[in-house]
Design a protein around this ligand. Structure first.
Ligand code: NAD
Length: 248
């Protein structure tokens, strides 16, 4: 028996990093998993492998989460093919920033479009289905900087703070329908997004992690799996840190 046997799950930003590892863990636990990412074909190989390895359905869908029409079609496709949606993981996110004084309005809008508005929109679409079922689990990906902030990351920090706040608000509104809404707040996780800051900065940042190592995508995916599963049936409105005691 897997933790997610038969559950229908949807993971955004599933092409690499935390999203891809979450899809793998979900499949390993017996879920039927839909994943979306931007680049056509980028998930075909990994998803094919997960299907064979875990003997379940792992289905790629290619679209930009900021595309409202495409997001709606994706949720409708899941409804048509499976009749339900048990788990939504709002993982797709971008980290782009600049120092105060140099932040363009365009950059603010771009980051908030992906990290905040798309999360709100896809949550609404998924919640409609889940409300009818009177069950569901939504897991958002915030960040340690969403509560602590980081110099040079005002926009990204603000967007992740918004994710934490919307998690709490949505949890209050949706719990009467049996829908749980939680978030994870990762610290420094060893993915392409994080590694883009460069080796020198990575080493500097590592000195702020009391556990003395970067987190791996599986460290985050395991907590997401717990929040997606019935193991956390009475947990909602929580922001769970996955940071090995990091001080930003
Ligand atoms: P990543 O960049 O390695 O992977 C993110 C994936 O999301 C990519 O495959 C990308 O193509 C996809 N994506 C981006 N914009 C998209 C869009 N508009 N539509 C569809 N897909 C899109 O990042 P990651 O490190 O795995 O991060 C995953 C999440 O975790 C993000 O929300 C990120 O902000 C958050 N996070 C990461 C860290 C870290 O240290 N890596 C720390 C805290 C929070």
């Amino acid at each position: 028996m897997g933790l997610l046997d038969g559950k229908v799950c949807f993971v955004t930003g599933a092409g690499r990093g935390i999203g891809e590892e979450t899809v793998r863990r979900f499949a390993e636990e017996g879920a039927i998993v839909y994943g979306t990412d931007l680049i056509n074909g980028s998930m075909d190989e990994s998803f094919g492998k997960f299907c064979t390895q875990y003997k379940t359905e792992v289905i790629p869908m290619y679209f930009d989460v900021t595309d409202e029409t495409a997001s709606k079609s994706a949720i409708m496709q899941i409804k048509r093919e499976q009749g339900r949606l048990d788990v939504l993981v709002n993982n797709a996110g971008i980290m782009q920033d600049n120092v105060i004084g140099m932040i363009s309005y365009e950059l603010m809008k771009k980051v908030f479009d992906v990290n905040v508005f798309a999360v709100l929109q896809i949550t609404q679409l998924a919640a409609k289905l889940m409300m009818r079922q009177r069950s569901g689990s939504i897991v958002n990906i915030s960040s340690i900087v969403g509560s602590e902030g980081a110099a040079g990351q005002t926009v990204y920090s603000a967007s992740k703070g918004a994710v934490a706040a919307m998690t709490k608000a949505a949890s209050k509104e949706l719990s009467p329908y049996g829908i749980r809404v939680n978030a994870v707040a990762p610290g420094l996780i060893n993915t392409d997004l994080f590694r883009a800051i460069g080796e020198k900065k990575i080493q500097e940042n590592l000195s702020h992690v009391r556990m003395g190592r970067l987190g791996e995508p599986i460290d985050v995916a395991n907590v997401i799996t717990f929040l997606a599963s019935d193991m956390s049936a009475y947990v909602t409105g929580e922001i769970i840190g996955v940071d090995g005691e990091t001080h930003v």
